[in-house]
Every structure is written in C-alpha cells, then in structure tokens.
Design a protein around this ligand. Structure first.
Ligand SMILES: C=C(O[C@@H]1C=C(C(=O)O)C=C[C@H]1O)C(=O)O
Length: 407
C-alpha cells in the first residue's frame, strides 16, 4: 500500500462547492450545501465480486496504517478520507471503487478546510480555481432494457410469487438510458440535484451521480445511525390533498408492511455490532419534493469498534432495495430484471481514517459513462398487495430527480 501524506488546513469560507469541481470527473459528497468536494485523485482502489465491501474495508485499514496525517481541524470529514461507491450485485460488471482525492475542500456550518493528499511530497496549498457552471447537461432519458409494459409484467410475476409464499417482498427496478452531448458539464446536473433536493445526500463519484434521501449507515465516535425508507406515495396537488396523501401513506397496511421488512433487516444486521440498536416505534412521513416516504430513524452504540465500511458490508443489501428474505429476493431480481444494476441501490459515501463515515443507499442516481452515456434505475418494493400500474407510477416519480437534472 502506498504511504500517503495528508495535511488538513483550516481556511476561510469558500462558498459553494460546485464551481470547484472538475467538469468531467466531479467528486462530491454534500447535503444542505455542506460536505466535501474532491479535485484530482491521490489513490484509487477497485474491487469486484462477493467480497468487494470486505476487501475495501481491509484495504482501507492498510491505507490508514501506512499514512501520515496532520489534521489540526479534527472534524468529521477532515484528515484522510476516501469517497466510495459499490456495485449493488456481487455479479456486477461494474467496479466498486474507493477514491482518495488529491485535494479536498470541505465545509460545515462553522468551519471550512482544505486537505492535501499525495504519495510523495504535498503540493503547495492553493484553493482550486472556481469555474462557472457550463450550460445544462441535457440528455433525454428513455426506457432501456425494461419497457413500462415489461415492468408491469415483472411486478405481476413477483406478486404471484409472493402470494404463493415463495418470498415476502422484492424490490424491482427498471432502467432509463440517454446520451449527453460531448463535453457536457456534469456539474450542472449535480447542481440541479443539490438545489432540488437539499435534504438529500448529493454525490458524484466515478461518474455516478445522484441525490439520495436514504442513509444506509452513519458512524461517528462509536455511535451508529441509519434512516430507513420504504413505502412511498405521490405528493398531493394542493395542501389538503398533500396532507391526505401523507395520512393515507402513514396508515396504509401495504406500505407499513413493506416498511417493517426494511426496518427489521437493518436492525438484524446491526444488532451483532450494537446490541441496543433501536428504531422509533412508528415510522414518520418524510416529505421530499417528488414523494412522501415512510421513514424510521435507527440509533445505537457500537460495542465492537466496527468501522463505517464494516457496517456497510453488514447492511447491504437492505430489504428497502432488495427484499425479504434477501437471498430469494436477490435471485428473483436476477431473474426479472434484464440488466446489471451497476452501483444503483448500492452503498455510496465516505470513510475516514478513524473508521467514521456516512453512507447512503444510492437511489435517485445515474451512471454517466466515459462517452456520455447515461443509465438510471428506479425501483419499488413489491409485496402481495402491490398493483403493477401503481408501482410503475412510483418508479416514474422516483426517476424525477434524475430526469429533471438532465432535462
Ligand atoms: C428502490 C428505490 O427506493 C427505495 C424503495 C422505496 C419504496 O419501495 O417505497 C422507498 C425508498 C427507497 O428505499 C428507488 O428509488 O429506486
């Protein structure tokens, strides 16, 4: 493992992180304008296959052990960090990566910082140039391998399997594809996501961009948190119908069922690491610009010194994006989805030298290839009462952030 030199320096408030990003290789983790932007790459590690997350956790320990870190700021996100994105499936063709940026610009409410990272000598301390965002990165996204009709059929097949008691829940996705013009500035699509969905985690790593409302896991100083989302409804068209939609969601037996599977999968995976981990008794309704979601916050204290990456490995894939029981749900996904999900619904986030980190479930996302090809996926949790047409409409609403960002 190369020996990284790392130095964090406090700096004046630098304003929006977006103009600092590289147009073609943006690196970002941000919520409500706060977070980290990366420029350049000091180290890139790639992983594939069933042990991709465990391999990344082990590799990260070796990177940390070999690094020399000077970090007088000592806040979450300062010092040595890697941004990461993992493929959903162990069979995925797409690589999972940890990227250690060469320069990180970070900001929280009260503090901004610059971290320089290099294998040899550190570069002089300079603020990366701020460049105005280019014209909109427009791509028309159309159905890919799974048409709307084929998606309804797949949902119908899944409902039959569930009613035959083969499994309890499966999350089925469909795909949209499009093409960006040459030289498109990805930062405008990322900016649209960040502006439209300020309470979500907006990310950009290795061409994978999105704005996720769902925390897979957060680790800070021995505490673990997660926000489970499952169960969705369209927003109303006026205040009264919007309230009705939220109330209907909060009392829908179908959605509460779907949600409970997701909460139980997270609690079961975390319990070995945090025996006292708990979720709120009832889910709350989380309001996003495009949807209502049923949400539960989970909290616990870690007893075994697990790092954020260890817990990512323990949690992925949750029932919010795979189903219950997990192996049967994954097998049905493989059978009914005629595509590789890539990093969609996989873990995306960052890990620090002390193992702290924040990871989201990479929904509301799109992968941009080297030739500007865009692939996006959105899915819905299917249970015995699911109606194919309604699930199709739900995926349409879930595509909205990405479709509008490229629109
Ligand atoms: C699968 C997606 O979202 C997940 C599924 C949800 C549901 O089925 O209600 C809600 C939030 C996410 O956990 C997606 O956005 O593609």
């Amino acid at each position: 493992m190369p020996a990284l030199r790392v130095e964090t320096t406090a700096c004046r408030e630098l304003g929006s992180l977006l103009p600092l990003l590289d147009e073609s290789e943006p690196l970002l983790w941000m919520r409500r304008g706060f977070g980290m932007a990366g420029v350049g790459t000091a180290l890139r590690l790639e992983f594939t296959g069933p042990t991709r997350i465990a391999d990344a956790a082990a590799a990260w320990q070796r990177v940390v052990a070999a690094a020399t870190v000077v970090d007088p700021v000592a806040l979450p996100g300062t010092g040595l960090i890697a941004l990461g994105t993992f493929a959903f499936s162990e069979h995925s063709e797409l690589t999972s990566v940890l990227v250690v940026p060469a320069t990180i610009i970070g900001r929280t409410g009260g503090q901004s910082w610059i971290t320089r990272i290099a294998i040899g000598d550190l570069s002089p301390l300079v603020v990366p140039p701020s460049r105005p965002l280019g014209p909109e990165a427009r791509a028309y996204l159309a159905p890919g391998a799974l048409s709307a009709a084929a998606y309804r059929d797949a949902v119908g097949t899944a409902v039959t399997s569930i009613r035959n008691h083969e499994l309890s829940k499966v999350v089925l996705a469909r795909d949209l594809t499009g093409q960006l013009p040459a030289g498109a500035d990805l930062r405008s699509a990322i900016g649209a996501l960040a502006l439209g969905y300020p309470d979500c985690w907006t990310f950009a790593i290795d061409g994978f961009i999105g704005s996720s409302p769902e925390t897979l896991v957060g680790v800070t100083g021995g505490s673990v948190t997660a926000r489970v989302l499952a169960g969705s409804a369209a927003r109303g068209t006026d205040a009264a119908s919007d309230q009705d939609a939220a109330t209907a969601l909060a009392t829908s037996a179908k959605d509460l069922d779907e949600h409970e599977y997701a909460v139980q999968s997270v609690l079961c995976s975390l319990r070995p690491h945090s025996p006292t981990v708990m979720a709120s008794e009832l889910p709350f309704t989380l309001k996003l610009p495009n949807l209502w979601h049923l949400a539960s916050d989970v909290e616990g204290t870690l007893v075994d010194g697990s790092t954020a990456l260890d817990l990512v490995g323990a949690l992925h894939p949750t029932a919010a994006v795979a189903g219950t029981p997990t192996p049967l749900a994954l097998a049905l996904i493989e059978r009914l989805e005629p595509f590789d999900r890539g990093r969609y619904a996989g873990p995306v986030g960052w890990v620090g030298a002390n193992g702290d980190g924040e990871w989201a479930v990479a929904v509301r996302s799109a992968q941009v290839g080297l030739r500007g090809d865009v692939t996006a996926y959105a899915g819905a949790g299917i249970v015995g009462d699911s109606v194919p047409e309604r699930e199709l409409v739900e995926t349409r609403l879930k595509f909205r952030p990405v479709v509008e960002a490229f629109g």
